[in-house]
Design a protein around this ligand. Structure first.
Ligand code: NI
Length: 186
């Protein structure tokens, strides 16, 4: 079932998400809804806070990139209770966008490698170093679990440049092809 995506300004996007109990009956329907929502919005990653739930569940689908990056063919995974444990010193700057901030893309600088812990779709624990595009997407999605969005990481100059767009979100305006939930003031 497709769910509305919570837009910048909704309080849930600023909460620190909590670990979940690994219960199949609860999580499998949720993850199915998250993939349905991700597919409907043509996204590559979605964190549970973006559907209004402050819990540590993330889905990532990189198959759309597999023409250029064959290692991501059929890459479609769930990450439960994910945490970034370490990062390397080398950084890279790339364009990012976010389903919760439709119409905005900005350059964001992040580490190139991260050490992450999480449970996979079989509830198996992992503690591993990740690099490449996946490391970039994970950092974006796992930021959502800490109550952060990518525009928190851009320069104050760039933030000024997109201020009117952010203000529009806060007034409940969001232009996109998928269903959303905005905060409305006054
Ligand atoms: Ni995002």
């Amino acid at each position: 079932m497709k769910l509305p995506i919570y837009i910048y300004g909704t309080p849930v996007l600023r909460e620190v998400a909590q670990d979940v109990e690994l219960n199949r009956e609860v999580l499998l329907p949720l993850v199915q809804d998250m993939f349905d929502t991700l597919d409907a919005s043509n996204g590559i990653g979605l964190a549970a806070p973006q559907i209004g739930k402050p819990i540590r569940v993330v889905v990532i689908d990189l198959n759309v990139l597999s023409d250029d990056l064959p290692e991501y063919k059929d890459f479609r995974h769930v990450y439960y209770n994910a945490h970034i444990l370490e990062t390397n010193d080398e950084t890279e700057t790339m364009e990012e966008g976010c389903l919760s901030l439709p119409g905005i893309t900005e350059s964001v600088t992040r580490p190139t490698r991260i050490r992450v812990s999480y449970y996979d779709e079989q509830f198996q624990p992992h503690d591993e170093w990740v690099d490449g595009y996946l490391a970039r997407v994970m950092q974006h999605e796992f930021d959502h679990l800490e109550g952060r969005v990518f525009t928190d990481r851009i320069s104050s100059f760039r933030k000024q440049m997109i201020k009117s767009k952010l203000t529009a979100f806060l007034k409940g305006k969001a232009r996109c092809s998928y269903k959303v939930k905005t905060v409305k003031k006054g």
